[in-house]
Design a binder for this molecule. Structure first.
Ligand code: C5P
Length: 240
């Protein structure tokens, strides 16, 4: 399996803060996750800002609705792959999330819509990953079973992978194989604050468990040097 990659969750209050952070870490971080906080305020403006710098955008809007509405939302998301002014070096949308709780028909509709729209626009299709159970949800007896059921359904529906906590990594890898992508948020370097994450794990544990993408937000954003914090995690990844 290829080395895991770092994704920085761009969960900040405004565009100016985002720009500063991107400038600070831009030479070491390639993939940025845009979630509901930034997208609600800045929409395509923030994604295009990153794409115009050749950065990969992970659009984490966790689509969860009736199949037709999710298919339409995915179609709009794939539209973000096209530069409005045909700028060279503009990166297509890299990855997006849907919620596995939306069911098989919804996930299949998402994949089909992405394929159709990517073909129509002549761009590569973004990876589609399914959120299983949020890492801020506390452990309970049925959690692992629920995560595995949802991950299996995501695979059957044609998704490229899932978002899951490091605690469920091993079982998903074992059951769903090496090609299925696993994106792990809730990453906390040893000694860092857990914040609201209830199933957090260190970068080392995520890498050892076979994560493909480590999503990190506050441990980098709130560090006195975000770049140094990102470099530390990248070194952890490299050394495994
Ligand atoms: O700041 P922190 O590192 O906890 O950020 C984690 C990011 O990953 C947040 O943007 C959050 O929305 C996202 N996420 C998560 N758990 C999931 C899916 C996404 O924490 N299951």
């Amino acid at each position: 399996m290829n080395k895991a990659q770092l994704i920085l969750a761009l969960d900040v209050d405004n565009f100016e803060e985002a720009r500063k952070l991107i400038d600070d870490v831009g030479d070491v971080v390639d993939i940025f996750k845009i979630g509901s906080q930034m997208f609600t305020s800045y929409g395509p403006f923030i994604t295009r800002y990153l794409q115009s710098q050749g950065k990969k955008v992970f659009l984490d809007l966790k689509f969860h609705d009736i199949p037709n509405t999710v298919a339409s939302a995915v179609k709009s998301a794939v539209g973000l792959s096209v530069s409005p002014n045909h700028a060279s070096g503009f990166a297509p949308l890299f990855m997006l999330t849907v919620h596995t709780a939306g069911g098989k028909e919804m996930m299949e509709a998402a994949v089909k819509s992405a394929q159709t729209q990517a073909k129509a626009l002549g761009v590569s299709r973004p990876l589609i990953v399914g959120v299983t159970v949020l890492t801020s949800t506390a452990r309970d007896v049925n959690l692992e079973k629920t995560v595995l059921e949802r991950a299996s359904l995501a695979k059957e529906s044609g998704l490229d992978g899932v978002v899951a906590s490091v605690e469920e990594l091993a079982v998903i890898r074992r059951e769903l194989g090496n090609k299925f992508l696993i994106v792990t948020p809730g990453i906390r370097p040893a000694g860092a604050s857990q914040d609201d994450q209830k199933r957090a794990a260190t970068p080392a544990a995520a890498i050892a468990g076979g994560s493909n993408f480590l999503v990190v937000g506050r441990p980098i954003i709130q560090a006195s040097s975000p770049r140094a914090a990102a470099v530390q995690i990248l070194e952890d990844i490299k050394s495994r």
